[in-house]
Design a protein around this ligand. Structure first.
Ligand code: NAP
Length: 494
């Protein structure tokens, strides 16, 4: 059924009610729905899963946590004085997003179990169709479909022959016993580091299959006392001061470091990582854990427990390359068979699949798959030529890494709302970035990439097919300045 629009959108200077679809009910989708409704814009959220939380709903692995400080990884309009510690556990974060969504009534406008299959721009609006057969027209679409969404599952030879249990970290099988078993984890990213700390104390034997060593920045997860939590509840200014402090610490250090390889901030991060590595007692193990590229080239692993865990007697770092998987376990190129009961692939995500597999056709039938044949891009991460009134949250080339993506999304939604307000004011009926502005932005972004730490000789999910970092390559200040208000001369309106 084609849903009714509340009103038409005529460019006549009067105020116009419009309807928006939000795709995804994770951190970004919940935010978009709250903010649209705050501005009086009717919206429907489409979520293929059965609950709120996005990445925090899909990832349920042992040790799941967020290594960005919890109070910063929180909507500014819905602070949570009750975070238990500096960095929060995954289930608490999921509960937080679920609670906020319900408090703001987003559950009443969310259609769970509806996966958007197709988006088609037709006659000044978007026709949205779901896999389940729902069809509805909207004036505006906000895609909040997440970055780290589609698991990257390598095809190792013999994978189907494994007699134990094998799954990706983002598809955790909770029916599988872990205590006193032989557990293997492939990968050494942030996920694998958290898994290592959580599983070594439980496993009989734990093998970590490392292809590339990672730099690990130590960070102790300090708990907040009951007294602190009470003060945060009773005194919101104190909580805001804490958020400002946590935010400043990260931005001053990390944000400056990643965009300037000669910066003192990067040197300081490298020093901290090296000092942390020195805590590994066995020189042979230390050597094998030493990366051969610059710190922060790959996303920094932040952990105060990983090195301790990997030094336990039942823990083994395996650096020989993986040859194949056999019924009994995993065989490495040195011929050794590592017997395993459980094998977890902490092998990351396919990050170039923004929005997809949803098919998206813009003005004149332009296909998003064609536009993004060389990789996803978007003007300031939010808009694309020929895709009017389609906006992306945490879209391609957003600031990524050790930032608060909640804050990033909040900046982006305010920017997007300013563009949408031009529609509701009746200034125009459709808006998208001009081709020329898109190209200029992308050229500048790629040029700025040359000074970033991400191109200093490591491979990571930050790099696209061309080897260009798929991220914000400018300063964080510039991100905030750009997001303050749209430069309308860069946009085409009709
Ligand atoms: P990841 O950083 O992409 O790491 C994937 C790991 O799997 C790498 O060590 C990679 O090795 C290895 N790998 C991939 N394919 C392999 C193969 N065929 N054979 C052997 N090893 C293979 O993935 P992730 O750890 O899931 O993290 C992804 C992102 O999620 C993070 O960067 C972060 O942004 C986010 N995350 C955040 C937190 C948090 O606390 N905020 C926690 C977890 C994840 P190579 O390095 O050699 O490629």
């Amino acid at each position: 059924m084609v849903g009714d629009r509340l009103h038409g959108v005529d460019v006549d200077g009067r105020s116009h009610a419009i309807r928006a679809a939000v795709i995804g009910a994770g951190m970004g989708g919940i935010l978009a729905a709250i903010k649209l409704r705050e501005r009086g814009i009717a919206c429907v959220v489409f979520e293929k899963g059965d609950g709120f939380g996005g990445t925090w709903r899909e990832n349920t692995y042992p040790g799941l946590a967020c290594d960005v400080s919890a109070h910063w990884y929180t909507y500014s309009f819905a602070r949570n004085p009750d975070w238990k510690s500096l960095m929060a556990d995954g289930p608490d974060i999921r509960d937080y997003f679920d609670r906020v969504a319900r408090e703001y009534g987003i559950d009443a406008i969310t259609r769970f179990g509806q996966e958007v299959a197709d988006l088609r721009y037709h006659d000044g609006g978007w026709i949205l169709e779901t896999v389940q057969g729902h069809r509805e027209r909207f004036d505006v679409v906000i895609a909040a479909t997440g970055v780290l969404h589609h698991p990257n599952v390598p095809r190792f030879e013999g994978m189907d022959s494994f007699a134990g249990d094998l799954f990706h970290s983002a598809r955790w099988d909770h029916s599988v016993a872990l205590d006193d078993r032989r557990i293997g984890v492939v990968g050494t990213g942030s996920t694998a580091a958290q898994l290592t700390s959580a599983l070594v104390p439980r496993a009989r034997r734990f093998d970590l299959f490392q292809r590339t060593a990672q730099w690990v920045l130590p960070r102790e997860n300090v708990p907040y006392s009951d007294d602190e939590r009470r003060r945060f509840r009773e005194n919101p200014e104190e909580l805001e001061a804490l958020v400002a402090e946590l935010r400043a610490k990260t931005l001053e250090g990390y944000a400056a470091a990643v965009i300037d390889v000669d910066s003192p901030e990067l040197a300081a991060i490298e020093r901290l990582c090296r000092e942390n590595l020195e805590t590994v007692r066995d020189p042979e193990l230390r050597k094998r854990l030493t990366p051969d590229y610059r710190a922060a080239c790959k996303r920094l692993v932040i952990s105060g427990t990983f090195y301790d865990a990997i030094q336990q007697e039942n823990a083994h770092l395996v650096t020989a390359p993986i040859r194949r998987i056999e019924p009994e376990g995993l065989r490495t190129e040195d011929g050794v068979l590592h017997d395993l009961d459980v094998l977890v692939l902490a092998t990351g995500f396919q990050v170039d699949r923004f929005i997809r597999p949803t098919t998206v056709a813009g003005r004149g039938g332009v296909s998003l798959d064609d536009v993004w044949a060389d990789g996803p891009h978007a003007y300031l991460s939010v808009s694309l030529p020929d895709f009017p009134n389609l906006f992306l949250l945490n879209g391609p080339n957003s600031p990524i890494g050790n930032f608060s993506l909640v804050e990033v999304a909040q900046h982006q939604i305010e920017y997007i709302l300013k563009l949408i307000e031009g529609i509701t004011r009746g200034d125009y009926a459709e808006v998208c970035v001009k081709e020329e502005a898109m190209r200029r932005f992308e050229d500048e972004r790629c040029a700025a990439a040359r000074r970033t730490v991400w191109v200093t000789g490591c491979d990571s999910w930050y790099l696209d097919k061309r080897g260009v970092p798929a991220s914000w390559t400018f300063s964080y200040d510039r991100f905030e300045t750009e997001m303050a208000r749209p430069r309308m001369e860069d946009f085409e309106t009709r």
